[in-house]
Design a protein around this ligand. Structure first.
Ligand code: UDP
Length: 477
């Protein structure tokens, strides 16, 4: 429902070029447009077609049109990036990280003059930029005198932990657990579970994340894709104890007209039809987001673990392209699990799958979007974090909200360990079978109801979004 008290705003959105960042930012743009404000998405040529497709779907439904504007990505000569590298998913899915990630981030800084001339031309009231573009603070706030909001795709729990890590904690020996000081609960982590930049192993990432923190402290505030009821003590801690400006406006996938819907009408997607044939809460969905891929040895362990768990499953497989071993399924696996399991090679309609009543669990890498999508759909999680802030999300899920079981991964994937079939089977069964799983399911369904309420008029996220709009409006008077 459109609601637009006061001045119509024009917001410029500058999403980071990776699915996990672009998807929620498009949903945020859609949210502004659904309240009658103008939204323009800034993107680059290779990323534009997929963004335009999403925006076209939004525009059928929102009251104020969302536009896209294309700026050119630096050429090979300027940026040292081969063709196709306009997107971080492209780089990670081909395991080109070590060589190309620094070049990619440097390339984005070369976009600054084009972003500035676009701002000169559009005269937006506010810039919403991904935290991976720390340089855009200068472009927005200082030069044009407009507020700049940061979107970093994390929740309050993860942000609070990261803000509370002290230097002494970071130098702990690799495998030894330390207690995160200052935060509301007793949370233990090891250094090898921290995001890459916090481990201080890579000079480039340390520098980048330093700039990001600095830029965030100079911004107007942070937009959170989350809802208060999921992590209330951490939302309060982040704002009141750490003194940061923040607005929680999610789960944005619930407000989005483009995502999951329980009334999906004549949906012809095979996997959804397959789910229609299954009992409620009887299928586990397995997906590791848009970037993580595993080698043949790990995939084989997952297959064995799933088979011996005895559960129905939908498994989204993205194999490491650098692994020459093509032979990743145990012999006869597909025959033995026929009718019981479905493998998707490629992109799955995740939100729709999660919202299907047959789904009873989600084995996930704990990316923040996936975590929140599971919570919104009332699906308990099996947590298998891999990198970035995913170990922190695992702690929220398993120890704070108690809506999932851990597979028991001890360290980030960069250290190369393989998770065994028994570990996988055990964690899957904890969630899918028995009383402990039922209790998690009951709790997550309660949270799902709260999430749905949060985005309704009068709900916590709806009200915080109202406040945010009001603050931008008063800045733009
Ligand atoms: N996603 C999807 N289909 C897939 C894989 C991922 O729709 O096959 C979506 C998923 O719903 C989520 C996003 O991609 O919105 C992944 O974001 P997340 O933060 O979970 O992980 P990332 O990809 O950033 O590691």
């Amino acid at each position: 429902m459109m609601k637009n008290n006061g001045k119509q705003l024009h917001i410029l959105f500058f999403p980071f070029m990776a699915q996990g960042h672009t998807i929620p930012m498009l949903d945020i743009a859609n949210l502004f447009a659904s309240r009658g404000h103008r939204a323009t998405i800034v993107t680059t040529p290779l990323n534009e077609p997929s963004i335009r497709r999403s925006v076209e779907k939004f525009n059928d439904r929102v009251s104020s049109e969302i536009a896209t504007r294309v700026i050119n990505f630096p050429t090979l000569e300027e940026a040292g990036l081969p063709e196709g590298c306009e997107n971080m998913d492209f780089i990670t899915s081909r395991n080109l990280c070590d060589e190309l990630v620094p070049n990619f981030f440097r390339a984005t800084t070369l976009l600054r003059p084009q972003l500035e001339s676009l701002m000169e031309e559009c005269k937006p009231d506010c810039l919403v930029a991904d935290s991976f573009f720390p340089w855009s603070t200068a472009a927005a706030a200082e030069k044009f005198g407009i507020p700049r909001l940061i979107f970093n795709g994390m929740g309050f729990f993860a942000m609070s932990v990261l803000a509370s890590l002290s230097a002494s904690e970071k130098v702990c020996s690799d495998g030894e657990e330390f207690l995160v000081q200052g935060i509301p609960d007793r949370i233990f982590l090891t250094r090898r579970q921290l995001p890459e930049a916090e481990r201080e192993e890579d000079e480039f990432l340390v520098g980048l994340f330093g700039e990001m923190k600095e830029s965030e402290s100079k911004s107007f505030g942070v937009i959170f894709n989350c809802f208060y009821e999921l992590e209330p003590t951490y939302a309060d801690y982040y704002r009141n104890q750490l003194g940061r400006r923040a607005w929680h406006i999610g789960p944005v996938s619930l407000g989005s007209s483009n995502r999951g819907s329980k009334n999906r009408g004549n949906d012809d997607q095979e996997c959804l039809k397959w789910l229609d044939t299954k009992d409620p809460d009887s299928v586990i969905y397995i997906c590791f987001g848009s970037m993580v891929n595993f080698g043949a040895a790990q995939l084989k362990e997952i297959a064995e673990g799933l088979e011996s768990s005895g559960q129905h499953f939908i498994w989204v497989v993205r194999k490491n392209p650098g692994d020459p071993n093509e032979d990743w399924l145990p012999e006869g696996f597909e025959e033995r699990t026929a009718g019981r399991g479905l493998i998707i090679r490629g992109w799955a309609p995740q939100v729709r799958i999660l919202e299907h009543e047959a789904i009873g669990g989600f084995l996930t890498h704990c990316g923040w979007n996936s975590t929140l999508e599971a919570v919104s759909a009332g699906v308990p999680l099996v947590a298998w974090p891999v990198q970035a802030e995913q170990f922190l999300n695992e702690k929220l899920v398993t120890e704070v909200a108690k809506i999932g079981a851990s597979v028991g991964v001890k360290e980030g994937a960069v250290y190369g360990g393989i998770v065994g079939r028994e570990q996988i089977e055990k964690a899957v069964r904890r969630v899918m079978v028995g009383e402990e799983g039922e209790e998690m399911r009951r709790r997550v369904k309660e949270l799902a109801a709260m999430a749905a309420q949060a985005v309704e008029e009068g709900g916590s996220s709806y009200s915080d979004f109202d406040d945010l709009i009001g603050e931008i409006q008063s800045e733009s008077c």
